[in-house]
Write a protein that binds this ligand. Structure first.
Ligand SMILES: [Zn+2]
Ligand SMILES: [Zn+2]
Length: 333
């Protein structure tokens, strides 16, 4: 019997169903885990993703793509193969894809986070024979504090900045992290001033019915008084840019799992680093592998060799797989 999924130079392929999961080369039929650019690429003829991902895919790839959405747990048949989407908790719409052929179930995780952030859906461990896991933070040093504690730290930091007469700028990836920050800091009553990339995602999500706090787009005309009693949310690419200088005097905070490593915030010229990630930490990865009950694990993008070796040493057959994922969001900052 051939495997349910195989690894090709175009992406993860299902021979029985003739479709790809998150292909990195253009194909006829693409099943997409989530709307980050390294998982959802342009040029495929047909797209299938979770319902919540549809507007985000259209935002990223254009309104004219041929896209079909499926609800959580709903089954879709492609050439006799059963596919279903299960919450991955990584960003709005992010899904694990379960593929079943002849009683054999494989799950491709895409990117996932086990802590519920209030927006991205509650991560669902899915029982399967074979599990394909990411490993972005697959080292034992990565251990996230609960997000309530991290948001508490951010809130105190904003207060300290205000007391020192400084504006607060938080850097976070525009799709996923930015919404998570605003959703969980809205109780502070601060105005959210946002960069254009974040504004576009926000408008799309509001239109799709998401209950997100109001934001104000930062433009040349934004009056300086608006910087008061506000939190500026911007993507990592704006660090140290001329765009940022208008907020002086300011304090810069970076929101990323990489901030767990001492020195990374300083290296980015940031005043504060908040180790908040949209990926599972080491324990989250190991716990998930266990909960799937998988008898074989394939490890993709991240610290894949470390995680694969650790699983093997602990009696779970595992193999490292090279993919083209991991080039966006939390890969550098
Ligand atoms: Zn992602
Ligand atoms: Zn990824």
């Amino acid at each position: 019997m051939q495997p349910v999924l195989t690894f090709t130079d175009s992406g993860i392929y299902c021979p029985a169903g003739d479709f790809y999961i998150d292909p990195w080369k253009p194909v006829e039929r693409a099943v997409i885990t989530h709307a980050h650019a390294d998982h959802a690429r342009l040029g495929n003829q047909k797209y299938l993703c979770s319902k919540d991902s549809v507007p985000l895919l259209q935002l990223r790839l254009g309104q004219d793509i041929a896209v079909q959405g499926a609800g959580w747990g709903e089954t879709v048949q492609i050439n006799g193969v059963t596919i279903s989407f299960h919450p991955a908790g990584h960003m709005i719409g992010s899904a694990q894809v379960k593929v079943t052929v002849g009683g054999q179930s494989w799950v491709a995780s895409g990117d996932y986070k086990t802590e519920n952030d209030g927006l991205s859906g509650e991560f669902e461990p899915v029982r399967c024979h074979v599990f394909i896991t990411e490993s972005t933070f697959g080292l034992p040093i990565y251990h996230w504090r609960p997000q309530a504690a991290l948001f508490g730290d951010m809130e105190n930091w904003v207060k300290e900045n205000e007391a020192a007469g400084k504006n607060s700028i938080l850097l976070g990836y525009s799709l996923g992290k930015a919404q998570r920050l605003m959703y969980n800091l809205q109780h502070t009553g601060k105005r959210f001033l946002v960069h254009g990339a974040i504004y576009n995602a926000h408008e799309t999500l509001l239109k799709a019915g998401w209950n997100l706090p109001p934001v104000e787009l930062i433009t040349q005309e934004t009056p300086k008084e608006h910087f008061k009693n506000s939190i500026v949310i911007a993507p990592p690419s704006t660090a140290d840019s001329t765009w940022m200088r208008r907020f002086a005097p300011y304090s810069l905070g970076v929101c990323s799992g990489w901030m767990q490593v001492r020195g990374n915030a300083r290296r980015l010229n940031a005043d504060a680093g908040f180790a908040i990630s949209d990926h599972a930490d080491w324990k989250g990865l190991l716990g998930t592998v266990k909960e799937t009950g998988a008898e074989k694990v394939f490890v993709t993008h991240g610290f894949s060799s470390v995680l694969a070796r650790y699983l093997q040493e602990n009696g779970i057959p595992a193999e490292e797989i090279k993919t083209a994922y991991g080039t966006e969001e939390e890969t550098t900052v």
